[in-house]
Write a protein that binds this ligand. Structure first.
Ligand code: HMG
Ligand code: MG
Length: 313
């Protein structure tokens, strides 16, 4: 698949942004978990390899969740067994409970992520739990993982609105997020699971975390792009000091347990902006767009990323 190379975007830096951003690539996990047709493990492996070739250094590879809940990722053991892990690349996996931790340990994972909910309905639908009970499920996972020398990230979903409960107060999000961090997690990724956030809300929530003693260096942002706001929200978060951004190659994705969730912010759309702003990422946009075009062919439909279609269409 050819990629147009015009030396664009043109560089024009603005002040108030981090000089370097870490892209937390979630395509192989968040991107694929929603696909109803099972993607062969060989395709997943090639996808991971190509993402590493493009220069991405954090590749969320899969999940150790119940295969009944997410059949697409039931091949997690097989995938990790066959994956050639590269020096300098991290391959985090999602783990909800002690059963998942054991599977991750057996697969020699070094990085895991727990995933909580800020709202009751999503805690029920995604974890068969409650907001309160989820911390009891996660506590032994985090302590066991830390004892084994792993790094643990926490996700918090429905930070900016919930499809069943509507608006979610900042205080509710901050309280759940702090409890996840206090378990011993190194970073908290704020999930806009259904893509409804707008920029002022992002600034407001980050300010509420800062007031509660959690600065942007401990936070990441995770925007789905349902309403086309993900990029604007990301730039707002960068201006507030956040420097880790979750995105998915080609804009793949969605959450099987969240009504109306579409794909994540496309990594290529993010890169076009960051390259234009002169923010370092270490990622090659052309290689990545070619990878997403290749993946779109495997999935049988075009990538929703505007940048992928402009570069490869
Ligand atoms: P449950 O049904 O209450 O659990 O689910 P259970 O303990 O009763 O177990 C049910 C069955 O699953 C049992 O098997 C267990 O052994 C098995 P059975 O006896 O019936 O044969 N089981 C497992 N198998 C393998 N690995 C495991 C595991 N745990 C139980 N770890 C549970 C509770 C948490 C397991 C379930 O709700 C679950 O797996 N949920 C995960 C859902 C999910 O992966 N959602 C998508 C990821 S979150 C997301 O996308 C949002 C995010 O991107 C951020 C954002 O956008 O906001 C991160
Ligand atoms: Mg997500």
């Amino acid at each position: 698949m050819g990629v147009r190379e015009l030396g664009l975007p043109q560089r024009a830096a603005v002040g108030g942004l981090p000089s370097r951003v870490t892209i937390w690539e979630v395509g192989p996990r968040d991107g694929l978990q929603n696909e109803s047709a099972i993607v062969p493990v060989e395709v997943k492996l090639e996808f991971l390899d190509r993402l590493a070739d493009a220069g991405l250094t954090t590749l969320e590879a899969t999940s150790f969740v119940s295969p009944k809940w997410v059949p697409q990722l039931a091949d997690a053991e097989q995938l990790l067994e066959r994956l050639t892990r590269r020096e300098g690349v991290r391959y985090p996996v999602l783990v909800p409970n002690e059963r998942g931790l054991k599977r991750a340990l057996d697969a020699n994972c070094r990085d895991i992520a727990i995933f909580g909910s800020a709202t009751e309905t999503f805690a029920q639908r995604n974890l068969n739990s409650t907001v309160e009970k989820q911390f009891d499920m996660f506590a032994p996972v985090v302590s066991g993982a830390l004892d084994a020398g792993m790094d643990v990230r926490a996700y918090l979903s429905m930070c900016f609105g919930d499809p069943w409960e509507g608006p979610v107060p900042y205080s509710q999000v901050v309280s759940a997020g702090k409890r996840l961090l206090e378990l011993g997690c190194s970073q908290l990724s704020l999930g806009d699971t259904i893509g409804v956030a707008t920029a002022g809300q992002v600034e407001g929530l980050l300010a509420a975390f800062a007031d509660a003693g959690v600065g942007p260096e401990r936070l990441a942002v995770h925007f789905h792009d349902t309403y086309g706001q993900a990029l604007a929200n990301t730039v707002t978060a960068l201006r507030c000091g956040v420097s880790t951004v979750d995105s998915s190659a080609g804009g793949l994705g969605g959450c099987p347990y969240a009504e109306s969730a579409t794909g994540n912010l496309a990594t290529e759309d993010l890169l076009w902006t960051l390259d234009g702003l002169g923010v370092e990422t270490g990622v090659d946009l052309g290689k990545l767009a070619a990878t997403s075009a290749w993946m779109a062919e495997r999935l049988g439909r075009p990538s929703p990323s505007r940048v992928v279609s402009a570069l490869t269409g």
